[in-house]
Design a protein around this ligand. Sequence first.
Ligand code: NAD
Ligand code: 89V
Length: 343
Amino acid sequence: MLKGALIGCGFFAINHLHSWRDVDGAEIIAICDSNSERLKVVGDQFDIAKRYHNANEMLIAEKLDFVDIATTAPSHRALVELAASKGIAVICQKPVAPTLHDAKAMVAACANAKVPFMVHENFRWQSAIQKAKAILNEGEIGEIFWGRVSFRSAYDVFSGQPYLAEGQRFIVEDLGIHALDVARFLFGDALNMNARMRRVNPNIKGEDVATMMLDHSNGATSIVDCSYASKREVEAFPETLLEIDGTQGSLRLDQSYKLTFTNAKGTKHVDASPPLLKWASKPWHNIQESVLNIQQHWIESLRGGTEPQTSGRDNLKTFALVEAAYQSAATGQTVQMMDLLSS
Ligand code: NAD
Ligand code: 89V
């Protein structure tokens, strides 16, 4: 069993801890939160006796194979660099940092310390997205020339995550980041970014609507669009929908996990509904199963000595797309990804 510790016992960490119980080959032996109340509530809920207010003290006192950081972005760099300085493998929640500069420094710190580093970028691990990817890999729709990754909702995310209403940046940094990673996963790396954004909800500081267009290195064009201002007949939260056209056919992932693909052989309909894990609750269950899947992937990567799919190094390319989207929306210009990644 690999032994891990969790830092940050807030809203989303509950999903990490339920998942760690289900992951093969790992256990969480200690938790840390600077907030005493959260430490007690979560320690009692998951029966974890070793509790710390200070991450440094925990990393000195405990013998750990990895640390799982589930705090919000402003604390990520210091905590990742702390783990790297102690030679401990580290997972960090998205967004990996407030700035691309910080993200690059974190990747460099882990590389210099030869410490495995994965960003908890879980949306690609949703089973519906994995099924779509498998169909593309099997060549069922030929070569992809166009795609759309779409997340449109009017769900109240602010009651569970009040900090989302307070930042100057909102939907692209928090949610679009997942959709951009899914676009990279399905269509490959992006060469450039064009984005338009706006705020519809007057009670928040950041943008809640964004439309992004990307050119991918294989020639495909994609649209990545997200909104928390879209009232629908049936609320879609938190489903990511797909439209993909290829030279031999097309694939759609429509609301309620309806996956359809069409080619010369005809049309196939697949129910891509996620499993409802015993501790999960709708409508969050697709996100919750993806947490279990990415944490299992991390343990397999650590055991096998392989780089996880969303390693810090890989995630720089997703995070740079976020930065590019804000730059493009502010200037109205196309942003070249090479310029951001090489600077
Ligand atoms: P939260 O504010 O509810 O919880 C964060 C916790 O970290 C708090 O209890 C806080 O006291 C603690 N903390 C902060 N700094 C600390 C430090 N230096 N040492 C110890 N404890 C510290 O936040 P949340 O909603 O749980 O979000 C946490 C992260 O998870 C964010 O980065 C968010 O974007 C991400 N998130 C990811 C998903 C996903 O699907 N991947 C979903 C929701 C949230
Ligand atoms: O995944 C996330 O980061 C969440 C949510 C899906 C609610 O936007 O903040």
